[in-house]
Design a protein around this ligand. Structure first.
Ligand code: GLA
Length: 397
């Protein structure tokens, strides 16, 4: 029995072995997709169960007319609540909100965009709609026939089976096997479909997400449009960088930018941190009614370039001083994206010594949100960082 096979059979062993080995690197991503963190939009954060065919068409149109598609956002992802039951042959049906999924996919594709969908390895989804349990092959074929390009596969309903397991190892194996099953089903369709795991980071998914075919995996519980939750999730990602890379990304959940619950500085923190984390950028607002300020936050070219950097190396925390955190990400051109974050509720001033980031002597630094070079930067820099805000730099020797 090969090592990899044993890892996939014995979930508990996988945790022990992969914590010692760079598992994500050791195993090839199965489908060669998502060489950069996926960018697009998802219906859940703003629309919840109010998503329907008209909403999806309006988002696709706005994605193009706003310039977001040209900034790199291509996936339009339908989250939970599109599902009805099954027909006599077990084929998954759409409910009345989605009269013709194939026609909708054709429409989205005609805009130069891609369409994503959502299901669960359990018999029910989180919102208690029909899941894929026992119908994995059939559902994957249906998705492919519709023209689906992305699947978010959300654990929820499978928890029942996992609770009934006699021990944690068995529960883990039930989960791993079900994720693997859908991976095989998706690959058997022959259609390139990005595979997103959603099980909130359970059992250190970053250690085995690649092994079950995931192109990305949620590392945390659900985000909300509040600074406290966004910061809790984003700053908790320290230490996960080594598990991500081209084809397999940590996913700290979708964006809340533009949903109205945070200040502009807080949304800048959200975007900057997600870019340093090489996180998928899935906008979660109503694209058809966004303000110019929201659009500017979502489409800042230099911030997106950090997220999409060709080296695909996730960044990490470098230092903390009370509520001040410095995070850095190594970029393909030898420079570093450096985020100086202030988690305090009023502005703070701090000095960053670039020597601690590995630079020697004077550096060049560019403020990515202001879009300008900093003048007279030596080997250190004094930054005044707004409340809950960030100074986001690109630093080179
Ligand atoms: C879970 C997921 C969310 C969303 C909902 C839908 O809570 O984490 O992102 O998909 O289910 O029911």
């Amino acid at each position: 029995m090969s090592l990899l096979h044993r890892i996939s059979v014995f979930g508990a062993t996988a945790l022990a072995l992969c914590s010692a080995l760079p598992c994500a690197q050791a195993q090839n991503s199965s489908n060669q997709l998502a060489q950069r963190p996926p960018m697009g939009w998802n219906s859940w954060n703003h629309f919840r169960n109010k998503v329907d065919d008209a909403v999806i068409r309006a988002q696709a149109e706005a994605m193009v007319s706003s310039g977001m598609r040209d900034a790199g956002y291509v996936y339009i992802n339908i989250d939970d609540t599109w599902e009805a039951g099954r027909d006599a042959n077990g084929n998954i049906q759409t409910n009345s909100k989605f009269p013709d999924m194939k026609a909708l996919a054709d429409f989205v594709h005609s805009k130069g965009l891609k369409l994503g969908i959502y299901s669960s390895p359990g018999s029910q989804t989180c919102a208690k709609f029909e899941g894929s349990l026992g119908h994995e092959e059939q559902d994957a074929k249906t998705y492919a026939a519709w023209g689906i390009d992305y699947l978010k596969y959300d654990l929820c309903g499978l928890k029942e089976q996992m609770k009934a397991a006699s021990n944690p190892e068995e529960a883990h194996k039930i989960m791993i096997d079900s994720y693997k099953k859908m991976d095989v089903a998706l690959r058997n369709t022959g259609r390139p479909i990005i595979y997103g795991l959603c099980q909130y980071g359970q059992d250190a998914v970053w250690r085995w997400g690649t092994e079950v075919g995931g192109n990305l995996w949620r590392t945390t519980g659900d985000i909300s449009d509040k600074y406290a939750k966004m910061a809790e999730i984003g700053f908790s990602q320290a230490g996960l960088a080594r598990f991500a890379g081209p084809g397999h990304w940590n996913d700290p959940d979708m964006l809340e930018v533009g949903n109205g619950g945070m200040t502009t500085d807080e949304y800048r923190t959200h975007m900057s941190l997600w870019a340093i984390l090489a996180a998928p950028l899935l906008a979660g607002n109503d694209l058809s009614s966004m303000t110019p300020e929201t659009l500017a936050l979502l489409t800042n070219k230099e911030v997106i370039a950090v997220d999409q950097d060709a080296a695909g190396k996730q960044g990490d925390r470098v230092s903390t001083e009370g509520p001040i955190e410095v995070w850095s990400r190594h970029l393909a051109d030898g420079s570093q994206a450096v985020g100086i974050f202030n988690r305090h509720h009023s502005a703070l001033t701090t000095t960053v010594d670039f020597g601690t980031l590995g630079f020697t002597g004077p550096v060049k630094a560019r403020d990515l949100w202001k879009g300008e070079e900093l003048k007279n930067v030596k080997s250190s820099f004094q930054a005044t960082v707004p409340a809950h805000g960030v100074v986001f730099l690109k630093v080179s020797q």
